[in-house]
Design a protein around this ligand. Structure first.
Ligand SMILES: [Zn+2]
Length: 286
């Protein structure tokens, strides 16, 4: 929720000790009447030398037999005197409002609001950004995030994968939904880019941790340049896409499979010199 910061500028003083009142988070329920405070912050005198606080222990002890005292309190925007009962001298000291934290929360809220708005036109504009913002923001509404997941598949933009894989989702159930969606996204993409493609496609099955795979990457870039229109080259990260690796019987990496009109026509295992790939492509393009 967006929070009004104006109360942070209020300067209030305790009439008992003249110390400045601290702006504290209000406890969720006003003990006593069961209602809220009507404000999410309270101004409280936290001075341990405050006469009201020092006298309060004896007063409450005599009157009610409890070990407790009073702190002077005012609501934001009000001059009305109030007291708050506390059981120890550190009560509320841990809930002093941090303006920076509220500013950050506000910024997060505004970003969520903007993303929810942009989500409406993200498919038309092929804009992944609001989808990712909502999925990676653990504070966003669940309903927006579920919708964002739906759009993730429709957008078919694979640049989302690393960010989503590296993110720690707080909710296990949601994490499972994300994993299922990513699998679907990769499968759909493979279908579109490889199985339904006309002509030659080389699929490089690789992984980040595999040195020969990393050595192959620039070679394939060169092959793609030199082969030009003859072939399209695409990559499948085996860590991100175990289903496809199993389906195509990948035993070791790098493995390169050449597809023609959606069918595998040749498999190349291991790292080979550039010319070898070019020769194979030439052979199949005839
Ligand atoms: Zn005071």
């Amino acid at each position: 929720m967006y929070r009004d910061l104006s109360y942070l500028d209020e300067v209030k003083f305790c009439p008992h000790c003249n110390e400045k009142l601290s702006c504290c988070e209000a406890p969720p329920i006003h003990v006593g009447d069961g209602l809220g405070w009507g404000s999410d912050v309270l101004f409280i005198c936290l001075s341990d030398n405050c006469p009201l606080f020092l006298r309060g222990w004896d007063h409450i002890g005599d009157q009610y037999g409890h070990h407790a005292s009073y702190r002077y309190m005012e609501l934001p925007g009000s001059k009305e005197s109030n007291v708050m009962m506390v059981g120890n001298k550190d009560a509320f000291k841990g809930s002093i409002v941090d303006p920076e934290a509220i500013k950050n929360q506000n910024a997060r809220y505004l970003e969520e609001k903007k993303a929810v708005e942009e989500l409406k036109s993200c498919l038309k504009e092929k804009n992944l950004s609001p989808v990712l913002t909502l999925l990676l923001d653990e504070g966003s509404m669940n309903s927006s995030r579920v919708l964002a997941l739906e759009y993730l598949v429709k957008l078919g933009d694979l640049t989302c994968i690393d960010a989503l894989r590296n993110h720690t989702f707080r909710d296990e159930t949601f994490k499972e939904k994300v994993d299922t969606t990513l699998k679907k996204l990769l499968t759909e993409n493979f279908k579109k880019e490889v199985l339904e493609a006309k002509g030659l496609v080389l699929v490089d099955f690789w992984a980040e941790w595999c040195p020969p795979c990393r050595a192959l990457a620039p070679i394939l870039e060169q092959v793609e340049k030199e082969a030009g229109e003859k072939i399209k080259i695409t990559k499948v990260n085996v860590d991100n896409n175990r289903e496809l690796s199993v389906e195509y019987g990948i035993q070791g990496i790098p493995t390169n499979k050449i597809f023609k009109d959606g069918e595998v026509i040749e498999t190349l295992v291991g790292l080979m010199p550039k010319d070898h790939y070019l020769q194979v492509i030439d052979k199949h393009s005839k």
